[in-house]
Design a protein around this ligand. Sequence first.
Ligand code: NBG
Length: 941
Amino acid sequence: MKNKGTIPWTPSQTGFELKRKASFSQMYNEDDEQGAARTAPGIYSADGAHPTNEKIWKLMATYLKSDVPSLQTSIVNHIEYTLACTRFSFAEESAFRATALSVRDRLIESYNDTNLFFHETDCKRGYYLSMEFLLGRYLQNAIMSLDLEDNYRDAVMDLGYSLESLYEQEADPALGNGGLGRLAACFLDSMATLNLPCWGYGLRYTYGIFEQVIKDGRQIEIPDFWLSYVNPFEVIRPDVVYAVRFYGSLKASSSAEGNDRAEWTGGTLVAAVAYDNIIPGFDSFNCINLRLWKSEPSREFDFDAFNQGRYADALREKEWAESLTAVLYPNDNTDAGKELRLRQQYFFTCASLQDILRRFKRTKGRSWDELPDKICVQLNDTHPSLAIPEMIRLLVDVEGLEWSHAWNLTRRCFNYTNHTIMSEALEKWSADMMGHVLPRHLQIINRINFEFLESVAAKWGWDSPSISRMSIYEEGTVKKIRMANLCVIGSNRVNGVAAIHSEIVKKDVFPDLYAWFSQNGEPHKFINCTNGVTPRRWIHIANRDLSLLMSQWLGSDEWLKELSLLQGLVNHKDNPRLQAQWLEVKQKNKRSLARWVKENTGVDLDEHSLFDIQVKRIHEYKRQLMNALYVIHRYLSIKAMTSKERAKVVPRSVLVGGKAAPGYFTAKTIIKLFNNISKVVNQDKEIDGLLKVVFLPNYNVSNAQVIIPASDLSEHISTAGTEASGTSNMKFVMNGGLIIGTMDGANVEIREECGPETMFIFGAFEHEIDLVRQQVRSGIYPIDSRLEKVFSAIKGGMFSLNDMAAQREFDVIVDNLLRNGNGVCSDHYLVCHDFPSYCDAQGQVDEVYKDRPKWLSLSIQAAACSGKFSTDRTIAEYAAKIWNLKPMERPAPGLASVCRTPSKEALVSPLTNSPATNSISKGSPAPTVGDVPNHIQKCSK
Ligand code: NBG
């Protein structure tokens, strides 16, 4: 992401102060040699475990300073002492790494002190378990969050580098597939910013999502070895290691309650090693953690095998262990169903839960009954669902609790978010495979299921048809375990990710479970928490000019923490001055994207054309195909026009990007179709300037930061009821792009918030879909004449580029859309049905775009009303409705002239203002946001 060119408004030049409460640039005193004072261990705790080593104490009594010379010293120190480069000659990549390490130093201090605060106040903790975190680049976000942009810019400039070009050096950590993983990353940002005592847990894949290269119009997958230059931000924890077992055998051991305890022995042990990634809050001194696990062999070599000359055998175990976290499964909204994936999932949940329980047990005198008051765990989709039986295993087999006690505690700790209604994504594991890989877990799942069904049968009878649908097991030739049912039964709350989706979850995905729990004591189990995105990354970093413009008109940048404040812009939406500035920012962003497109595809774009963008994973339900068909229609229409008619056409650049799962043939054909359309259209001199089509390669977070701010129009056109929420729709709107879309996912709520006039809505409604499909099956399915022409153009070879294989694939796609009737609905996603209304909506887009003041007014209105879609709102809802978690803002560090001191009288509890030896009695109030302890003492210099 680059911020090149002129920035329309510079706060400092106009005497405008953007003040942050948590500014690390203020953590030193110009006249003082020292940085701000750090907080003493024991200061918040009930039992006051004070430091004993005064020497260490004194050596580390203050924070690192972050003035320009201090940053420079820090950077060159890392250049020489960490990277072993010479200070006088180092490459830009080394400059990036050294800068990153200097940032990490500062993050570590805050992170340690935040942890100390959480630990000593013994607050309840939230854990977000996700197999995916699509973090995007780290450096800029960290420097921005620490409020050190100016200092770092000056510091590196003086060393001969531009901060922006250092940002470009960073690999994009892409440990996720799409929306679900990016949501998890936005959530972490908001958890830290809201000062919630939360941590994320995930896997440290050696290879993230593949890099997409387009060759001859087709997607080629290149492994993403993102660690080739190491990750300077992570902190390896060789001392935080857990053993994870696979396979093996079971021996029942006796207990008062019978056979509920088991001894699981043998099999293969793998080590899980922790890698910490510090997540800074914005305008807060809190830093939280994303702990990622890497798999390693439990012992390096099998020396016996090695000594007997079986070198390959000796290495096999190592390879086997390391393969666990080697690659992210590149599937989106589909279930891989492979044993390696099951092992990854177990490895992840086993290590995370051991870590969570270890932290819980660290406080002396704990009772297990406190567990649900001290921890809550969010399962990001079913991927971490083995955490439920794993918790029971740890409590029963390791900690010795009775089954019913363990089950009761477990159910109250877990919560499950459903992210999709695609049946192919609802994970089901073969019971045989589970029994082989995780014999104890199969046993535990059996018992959970049996007891649950027994309770249902007691009320509804064993012959109720609901029983088989509610069962965790799906009977059939291969008996399967429905992980989603396990999640619902084993969780306290179940949520969907947009209002419409949460309703579908209740009525279509889990209707029987919903009915059961509603009628049997858990009426509030199923809830909704609409997704969001973080405005820090998606406006302030991705679109700095817009961010500044918003602050300028609102008179403050408070909106970055309270996005609803953007509402204040609505009053100005028709102000010509704001409109002119708004347009200028948009044009500049379009120019940047045009440059990016030229560099990456060679295509020249007209920056004054309407930029129409659809970027997301390629999937039939998202209907990129319908977009392609419309582009062909538009192309054919322009070709058929007289020059007079052409003069009225709004020039368009249609940009489409996204990765297809490597094994998803149809999705890959759609990419090929777009690329062929692009070739044909862009080379056609006759329509030059009126239409351009580009496939944007390798869509990822960094590229999204360039792409999204440049859109005039973005496409969110899934068949109603299929897209759980979508989150890019929110990002586009915040950046002043209007939406063409269906009444699906979060589009529905965006329309509610921003006003129907800001969206171009079309297509069947969710409640109509079943009926339409029924009609299609019975043969009532007229094909629009415009679409017929498009089909004949494709079938006639207009886009084959003489590639017969491609032509056959395109034919199959068209044939499938047309194979309906006689009980068949092959156009499952109803492309043909929605096509005419889609064309009409596109026509309205052109009309509104011609009236530029009107378009700008709508664009400002939409962005101004997007406040609901900040993850700050989403996470505050999770905290209140699901986790029952309170903010725990760590007190602001003292200024340089004060220092921490371990002397008794100085140690005053932040909660009571009384000496810290006072214990925190149960029920004492948690510190509220803004409470600053009175523990900082003046140094007698
Ligand atoms: C995706 C949905 C999106 C949604 C994100 C985040 C999965 C399984 N689901 O619509 O398709 O926005 O989750 O909730 O990736």
